[in-house]
Ligand binder design. Structure first.
Ligand SMILES: Nc1ncnc2c1ncn2[C@@H]1O[C@H](COP(=O)(O)OP(=O)(O)OP(=O)(O)O)[C@@H](O)[C@H]1O
Ligand SMILES: [Mg+2]
Length: 590
């Protein structure tokens, strides 16, 4: 999980800087607003410093000589200056919030766009909850920093410079005295930050892991209950939760330590200056107004250092979050269509696989030299034992995964050379595991082809025998489905998935166990619908229940990634091979 661990420490720092710059690039799209913000920061700092400096003339020229008329005037001026400063800060925060939120929105967009481009393999190999965590917690971290910390950081840095200059102007000797404690401040800040940085990163990763776990447990709740694993799940969760607590506690502890340490050093500084300044005033005639102003500055001087240090902490947290976001954004997308990729029109549905080899992992081949040919409009059935590689063959056709070697052609064109969108549009797939989106029944069927009319949706439902059950739903086609169609039976979900494929009206139809959850009587009904649907289309169907593939033009028997027999139902039975024994076994069940 902890990706960063593979970097050496120096590499990590470089990586951190890179991530930071990249984070900044999201802000720099709003250059004009950034300039305005910079300008406002300068105004507020000048107002602040000027306000503090005016203590000197107020004491020296008005209070000590007893000029009270003048005092009222100069206090009014002082109030004016502070007011301008406050207004500048207010507008600055408003604007910053705006561009911060815009940057975060852009980042979220990038993340989502990328997610839509990622290959299926990515989702197979990453916890969904952890991916979710990147959208929520990691984006939050970034968002907090972008909106609050950055302007603070800039203004603190400028403030530091401004104060320093004015301090030298008032008293170089006292400035020198201040410089004694400053290295101490920087040193402690650095030590603290180094620790907290590490734990912030660990915190974000553990948070992702925990969310991943929670997500799995939510979707697996039924299985957990049935097998009575609540205790085990709870204790596993406790371990994650505890580890998250430890990491967060440490991150918070170190970042929280900053403030008190700095404040103590600052107080030390204050005491030293008071003593030295007092002595200077008594023996060297240093003006009291000057001392008051200087003390004011020296108080303020500690604050930006303190702020910078704690901001640095929050920026570390943001970088930890941003790194996890960029990790996804930087994932290799599905390979882009090459320049030679073409769009095939009016696909006839001639489907050919030639000596295809493939493995999900390079070291383990799943398909070993599969060849098949379906002429337009024919119905090919794939049968074979569990794990033989039937679904894997289907996965190759829309290029969910790319084959290792061999060739797959549609209408004589290699699918590698067909634009991916175009390729996928030419086929409709009913997957082994159904999926329904939150929305109405009608919307879910229309997902097959977004411009389908209501009539076309109903027609598709009728064709695939889904119409009769939909009519019996409380609101018919307008019944709201939620949570992957949890309010439907498994068979009903399959029917909707088939109707969705029907409405897509493709040239090639791929059905993976499409009717496995439907009772045998209803299946007969659907079979008729499916037969109608398959008319004039090339179809590749997978079924365990051999009765449903009996009428296929050709049946291929797959075994350990190889086609070992093929022919019509009759031919295969006559062969008395694998198909025959599979069929006999099923026949005996009845
Ligand atoms: N996403 C994946 N990543 C890695 N290996 C996989 C993946 N999907 C399937 N496999 C492996 O590929 C082999 C073939 O799986 P496949 O899903 O094609 O079988 P199947 O014939 O469709 O079986 P079933 O009848 O149970 O659906 C199995 O041994 C499985 O372990
Ligand atoms: Mg399968």
């Amino acid at each position: 999980m902890a990706h960063g661990d593979q970097y050496k420490h120096s590499g990590k720092a470089v990586e951190g800087k890179k991530t930071f710059m990249r984070l900044m690039s999201y802000l720099s799209k709003d250059k004009k607003l950034l300039l305005i913000i910079g300008f406002l920061i300068i105004i507020s700092i000048v107002a602040n410093l000027l306000g503090s400096y005016m203590i000197r003339p107020i004491i020296n020229d008005y209070i000590i000589p007893g000029n009270f008329n003048g005092l009222v005037n100069i206090l009014l001026v002082l109030a004016g200056i502070y007011l301008i400063g406050v207004a500048a800060v207010y507008i600055q925060y408003r604007l910053l919030n705006k561009i911060g939120q815009r940057a975060v929105t852009r980042m979220r967009t990038d993340l989502f766009r990328k997610m839509e481009k990622l290959p299926i393999k990515y989702f197979d190999t990453h916890q969904h909850g952890d991916l979710m965590s990147r959208y929520t917690n990691d984006i939050d971290q970034v968002s907090n920093t972008l909106t609050d910390s950055l302007s603070d950081m800039l203004s603190s840095a400028l403030m530091l410079i401004g104060i320093f200059v004015l301090m030298i102007y008032i008293s170089p000797i006292l400035t020198l005295v201040t410089l004694i404690t400053i290295p101490l401040m920087f040193l402690s800040a650095k030590t603290i930050v180094k620790r907290s940085k590490k734990y912030f990163k660990e915190q974000q990763n553990t948070l992702g892991e925990t969310n991943g776990y929670i997500e799995e447990m939510i979707s697996g709740q039924k299985v957990i209950k049935v097998f009575g694993h609540e205790k085990k799940v709870e204790s596993d969760f406790d371990i994650l939760n505890q580890s998250l607590k430890d990491k967060s506690e440490k991150a918070q502890f170190y970042s929280g330590m900053m403030m008190p340490v700095m404040q103590n050093l600052n107080t030390l500084n204050y005491v030293i200056i008071t003593i030295v300044g007092g002595l200077l005033a008594i023996f060297r005639g240093f003006d009291v107004g000057g001392l008051a102003a200087f003390l004011q500055y020296s108080q303020q001087f500690g604050r930006p250092i303190n702020e910078l240090a704690s901001l640095y902490n929050s920026i570390q947290a943001a970088i930890a979050g941003a790194e996890r976001i960029f990790q996804v954004i930087d994932e290799a997308p599905e390979q882009e269509d090459g320049p030679e990729a073409i769009a095939v029109k009016d696909v006839k549905g001639d489907l050919e696989m030639k000596d295809v080899y493939f493995g999900y992992k390079p070291e383990k081949l799943i398909l070993k030299g599969v060849s098949l040919h379906a002429t337009p409009g024919t119905k090919i059935a794939l049968v074979g034992e569990t794990g033989a590689g039937k679904t894997t063959i289907l996965n190759m056709l829309p290029r969910f995964f790319d084959i290792k070697s061999g060739e797959i052609n549609i209408d004589g064109v290699s699918i590698q050379n067909i634009k991916r969108d175009n390729l996928r549009q030419s086929m409709a797939i009913v997957l082994q595991d159904t999926h329904l989106f939150t929305g109405t029944v009608c919307e879910n069927i229309r997902f097959g082809r977004l411009d389908a009319t209501d009539e076309e949706v109903i027609e598709a439902a009728k064709l695939t025998a889904a119409h009769s059950f939909i009519k019996r739903l409380p609101k018919g086609y307008h019944t709201q489905l939620e949570n992957d169609g949890a309010n439907l039976s498994q068979g009903q979900r399959q029917l909707l998935n088939i109707a969705r494929a029907a409405v897509a009206d493709p040239s090639i139809l791929l059905l993976d166990e499409a009717t496995s959850n439907i009772d045998t009587r209803s299946e007969l009904l659907i079979q008729r619908g499916l037969d109608k649907l398959m008319e004039g289309r090339t179809s590749l169907i997978i079924a365990h229940r051999l009765s449903t593939v009996r009428n296929a033009d050709r049946i291929l028997v797959l075994d350990h990634g190889q086609i070992i027999e093929q022919g019509t139902h009759k031919e295969l039975l006559a062969l008395k091979g694998k198909y025959y024994s599979l069929y006999e076994e099923q026949f005996e069940e009845f």
